[in-house]
Design a protein around this ligand. Structure first.
Ligand code: ZN
Length: 103
């Protein structure tokens, strides 16, 4: 079951990396934009930057979760050592802490 989840996480990481790649392509296209569109482009860049850092954070969480699976620590709270509830893991499979410690 963990193997399945690991495959899911790995696939998600690949998707996120593709998305970051697409964002970088958008940046490259943006450089050729007309002067009249510059203001809009700049706003757009901020949005793309935010999306990119979000994607990077998620990749980090997912790869941490994969490492924990490999070490047999997956589903265990990194703060108090208690099991993270299955309901929580269902909503947030890459959760590192139990609900009590995350709050
Ligand atoms: Zn905890």
């Amino acid at each position: 079951m963990t193997e399945q989840l690991k495959a899911q996480f790995t696939q998600r990481i690949v998707e996120l990396q593709k998305r970051i790649g697409a964002i970088h392509r958008d940046f490259a296209d943006g450089r050729d934009a007309d002067w009249s569109e510059q203001a809009g482009e700049r706003e757009n860049e901020e949005v793309l930057n935010a999306l990119e850092s979000e994607a990077k954070i998620e990749i980090q969480h997912l790869s941490n979760a994969i490492t924990r699976m490999e070490n047999g620590n997956y589903g265990i709270c990194q703060a108090c050592g208690e099991d993270i509830s299955p309901q929580r893991l269902q909503v947030q499979p890459a959760a590192e802490k139990c609900i009590q410690c995350a709050e």
